[in-house]
Design a protein around this ligand. Structure first.
Ligand SMILES: *Cc1c(COP(=O)(O)O)cnc(C)c1O
Length: 370
């Protein structure tokens, strides 16, 4: 006989989850400052998306279309996909959770890279699976290290490409090699949250793999390039069987009418996307170069293909001191000691003024540290 419990007891694998820590928007003393901690779009949202969002106020009494037909049709048209094989969710975070929910459970192993996206560990543990962490190569995804982690218990692999929080990118050849090295019963999830930011459209071939292979799921989001983080619209593409399994556990109404309308309108505003892409490429290049000029002081920018740069502090000025100093100067960035990066700050590319401002504040801190 087991000891009688006096209250409900959460599953041990749930209590093993370290709660997700979102990017902050205020300082310790509650001041509102420039937020460069959540990789949001500094140029805002497409005006067309805003308009569509506002119009949805006329339909507040209605349930959303549970099959998201319009959203799927527009996405399918834009990306040349089969609308029947598109899943959608409350942000791509939900889609990432659905993948683990449908394809992993107690006794199974889920692989992701060290310095990977924080949601993968939570998604794996939530279903009782065991997280397995593949070592990196100088902060970047190492395909051979991942393949070396595969065992007969492996059911799922999460890769963000570009990766968050490192900004690093795996080429089409590397992703193809990873896929070729996997058993067909292992689901490869390619998280393309930042795919739109890759320099020169050098996409990793993930969608083509998801189109033809039976074990690849690609996830995408409206939260970053499309500037709709508030509305929580994400989606995914995979084989009919993968999508069917995920639909069975999806909440029926996880995406809203207003969010869907805004997303559909945002897809039609290529100009906004192009201006965001150009802005980001210009200021990401500038910011990384300016950081590298501080190499003597031990600062280093990890090469990024996303809308943020991971800055490493390997000299006198520590990441912790810089984090606090930047907050005092009016900038909130992301310090990630909980993700094994006590020596790094992830800094979102802001507007021109914000990006120059945070750089000036960093230079001052380097100087003050001597
Ligand atoms: C921001 C981000 C997401 C997207 O999250 P949403 O739930 O779609 O807002 C997914 N994956 C990674 C790696 C991210 O950084």
């Amino acid at each position: 006989m087991s000891t009688p419990q006096t209250k409900p007891v959460a599953k041990p694998w749930i209590m093993a989850i370290a709660p997700y820590v979102p990017g902050r928007s205020t300082t310790d003393d509650g001041r509102k400052v420039v937020k460069l901690s959540s990789n949001e779009n500094p140029l805002g949202t497409s005006p067309r998306a805003k308009e569509a969002f506002v119009s949805a106020a006329d339909r507040l009494e209605r349930y959303p279309d549970a099959s998201a037909t319009e959203l799927r049709d527009v996405l399918a048209e834009k990306h040349g996909l089969d609308p029947e094989r598109i899943i959608y969710g409350n942000g791509s975070d939900e889609v990432l959770h659905l993948a683990a929910g449908a394809f992993a459970g107690p006794g199974d192993e889920v692989i992701y890279v060290r310095y990977g996206f924080a949601v993968y560990e939570i998604a794996a543990r939530r279903v009782g699976a065991t997280p397995v962490i593949a070592p990196d190569t100088d902060y970047a995804t190492d395909v051979d290290a991942i393949l070396a982690c595969v065992t007969e218990k492996t059911k799922l692999i999460y890769i963000a490409n570009p990766n968050n929080p490192t900004g690093t990118y795996s080429t089409r050849a590397e992703i193809a090699r990873l896929h070729a090295g996997l058993r067909p019963d292992i689901l490869l999830v390619l998280d393309h949250a930042y795919a739109e930011y890759i320099e020169g459209d050098a996409e990793d071939g993930g969608m083509a793999l998801a189109e033809s292979a039976s074990n690849v799921l690609v996830t995408r989001t409206f939260s970053k390039m499309y500037g709709l983080a508030a509305e929580r619209i994400g989606w995914g593409y995979g084989s009919a069987e993968i999508i069917d399994a995920m639909h069975r556990i999806r909440l029926p109404f996880s995406i809203t009418i207003a969010g869907t309308a805004a997303a559909v309108a945002a897809l039609g505003d290529g100009e906004f996307v192009e201006s965001t892409r150009a802005h980001n490429a210009e200021w990401r290049r500038w910011f990384s170069q300016e950081i590298d000029k501080l190499g003597n002081a031990g600062l280093r920018a990890v090469p990024s293909q996303a809308n943020f740069v991971l800055v490493l502090f390997e000299g006198k000025l520590t990441a912790e001191v810089a984090y606090k100093g930047l907050m005092d100067a009016g900038y909130i960035v992301r310090w990630l000691p909980g993700q094994g990066l006590p020596h790094g700050l992830r800094i979102t590319i802001g507007t021109a003024e914000e990006t120059q401002g945070v750089m000036t504040a960093l230079r001052d801190l380097v100087e003050a540290a001597g």
